[in-house]
Design a protein around this ligand. Structure first.
Ligand SMILES: C[S@@+](CC[C@H](N)C(=O)[O-])C[C@H]1O[C@@H](n2cnc3c(N)ncnc32)[C@H](O)[C@@H]1O
Length: 285
């Protein structure tokens, strides 16, 4: 059905009025709107200039590789949502979900993908037990503790699919990713939830985009799938590149200010397995 602007305006009159608070989709009171406006003005003054889409802009909020090559995304399949993405994956594989919260998505992995093994990793499992979506069994294990450490305890090349969705701080996403790479089979896939640069729900940056784009910019990983989310907290899946689309130095795509650092100069919590790829993390400390 064709999009009809007049009809849309009639049906969404309450959001298309000229009044500011309603126009911006803000359903709260006048006072709430005023309180919302204060940080908004501060944001516009101080932070928006730093988020400009400028390849060589020196001080972005988080450094992200400035440029991805077309061949890194050419074979990407796009899905309406992450459930549809699960349906496209092979069944009876070995899975890990890093950060499981209440276990709702783990339930979907079990129902849709029928894994032979599903390892769930989280700091706590009381919420999972309370909800009862998933239970420990022969196929399902609960690993309580820090995500990176829990992953590192697993044998190398164990998993076909790893879904990363624990802490979204840049340093934590990077640590989880480095650990996951060791535990992933060569033909496996890494999935990342919340592929969004700035979470407008929490008013904070997420580390997912910088880490994922760094992997892609390195030329060693390509985008295998992308799943939409209704609020754009999307999913992205990466697999290793087997043939072309490689670069010698993926880090050359970073803004010039973020030069590679030596392992000694890297922050202590940062796994310096690939100084080049995550060199920009020196800023985070
Ligand atoms: C966004 S929720 C996961 C949601 C779940 N994947 C889903 O799609 O329904 C993030 C989870 O990661 C866990 N988490 C946060 N930091 C963690 C860490 N360092 N190690 C392990 N789990 C962590 C939190 O306890 C929380 O349950």
């Amino acid at each position: 059905m064709a999009f009809n602007l007049s009809q849309y305006k009639i049906e969404t009159q309450q959001f298309t009025s000229r009044i500011g608070k309603i126009r911006r989709g803000f359903g709260g009171s006048g006072l709430e709107y005023f309180l919302f406006k204060v940080p908004r003005v501060i944001w516009l003054l101080f932070y928006r200039p730093r988020m400009r889409n400028d390849y060589d802009f020196a001080t972005p909020l988080l450094p992200v590789p400035s440029h991805l090559r077309q061949c890194s995304v050419e074979r990407c399949r796009v899905f309406a949502d992450r459930d549809e993405m699960l349906k496209s994956l092979s069944k009876r594989k070995v899975w890990a979900e890093v950060g499981t919260y209440e276990g709702a998505f783990a339930r979907k992995i079990l129902d849709i993908c029928e894994p032979t093994r599903l390892d769930l990793i989280d700091l706590r499992f009381d919420r999972v037990r309370l909800r009862g979506y998933v239970h420990e069994s022969e196929a399902v294990s609960f690993y309580i503790g820090d995500s990176e450490q829990s992953l590192l305890k697993q044998p190398d090349n164990k998993y076909d699919y790893i879904y990363i969705d624990a802490s979204h701080d840049l340093i934590d996403v990077a640590r989880d990713t480095e650990a996951a790479k060791l535990k992933l089979r060569l033909d496996g896939m890494l999935f990342f939830n919340d592929y969004i640069y700035f979470s407008y729900l929490e008013l904070r940056t997420y580390g997912v985009v910088p880490v994922v784009n760094s992997l892609i910019a390195s030329g060693e990983w390509e985008v295998a799938c992308f799943a939409f989310h209704n609020k754009m907290y999307c999913d992205i899946g990466l697999r290793r590149v087997t043939s072309d689309c490689r670069t010698d130095l993926g880090c050359t795509t970073f803004p010039s200010r973020h030069r590679p650092v030596s392992a000694a100069a890297a922050p202590r919590r940062f796994i310096a397995t690939d100084q080049c790829r995550y060199s920009h993390l020196e800023q985070i400390g």
